[in-house]
Write a protein that binds this ligand. Structure first.
Ligand code: AMP
Length: 250
């Protein structure tokens, strides 16, 4: 059994995002980049499946610029076995990413494919669902627990009303939610070991896929600055006065 994990390199979640002067997007030059946090959870879950002897191999796929190699190496240092970098400088929309991932799910004959529920840069929350649709595979999104039972996966999902457990057949698509697990830190020896793990690079154009964009970003704007100043109060009595008079409360 094989798990394929899709990871995206995004602006680190601690970085304060700056919008470009021409409102065409956000500033990515000289900004710290990291693995999308939901994808780290996906990598961790895949490694746990391997540690439980449910799968034999964990393969990482990432689409992006040459620098994405670093992100794939981080996943290898966590414990994944091998990586595939699909190299392109083009910004891709979820349908295009899903078409590329479909190619690798089929080529690798992946039994379980895990994605993050969303990439924190564009916040689309679409790729896993589109991928399942293109492949006609069962999907379980927003997973907070994943258990293998016979030839099926029991996936507990976080939904508005609480939790829902689905039983899905393999091969399948799973997307991760925040509470699924806590990703491990890579140890120094594993970081060193990861340097010699296999990492194949493929140029996107070699795949010959129709990746015509259907979305057009018209404008990117920063959210309005929060108004009002912070007022420090001495005691809870003052707080009650403020609340009663709604003084200083916007
Ligand atoms: P999105 O639909 O863009 O919010 O992304 C959902 C998930 O799709 C991410 O958490 C990743 O697992 C996967 N994904 C999106 N973009 C890429 C990419 N460029 N390379 C690899 N995986 C991606």
């Amino acid at each position: 059994m094989k798990v394929l994990v899709a990871v995206k390199r995004v602006i680190d979640y601690n970085v304060k995002i700056r919008v470009k002067q021409d409102n065409s997007g956000v500033e990515k030059e000289n900004v710290k980049m990291s693995m999308n946090p939901f994808d780290e959870i996906a990598v961790e879950e895949a490694i746990r499946l391997k540690e439980k002897n449910i799968v034999d191999e964990v393969v990482i796929v990432s689409i992006g610029m040459e620098s994405v190699q670093e992100t794939i190496r981080s996943a290898l240092a966590m414990g994944a076995d091998r990586g595939i970098l699909v190299k392109t400088d083009i910004e891709l929309e979820p349908l295009s990413v899903a078409k590329i991932l479909k190619h690798f799910v089929e080529k690798e004959k992946s039994n379980i494919t895990i994605l993050g529920k969303q990439a924190i840069d564009d916040d689309y929350n679409q790729t896993g669902q589109i991928l399942a649709g293109l492949l006609n595979y069962p999907q379980a999104t927003f997973a907070s627990k994943v258990v293998k039972q016979d030839n099926t996966m029991l996936v507990t999902r976080e939904i508005d009303g609480g939790l829902e457990t689905l039983k899905i057949n393999l091969p399948c698509i799973i997307t991760t939610d925040l509470r699924l697990n806590e990703p491990r830190y890579a140890s120094l020896p594993n970081i060193m070991k990861a340097k010699s793990k296999p990492l194949d690079t493929i140029e996107l154009k070699e795949l010959n896929l129709d990746l015509t964009n259907r979305l057009e970003i018209l404008e990117v704007k920063a959210p309005p600055e929060r108004g009002g100043s912070v007022k420090m109060l001495d005691n809870h009595g003052d707080l009650i006065d403020v609340l009663k008079n709604k003084e200083g409360i916007l």
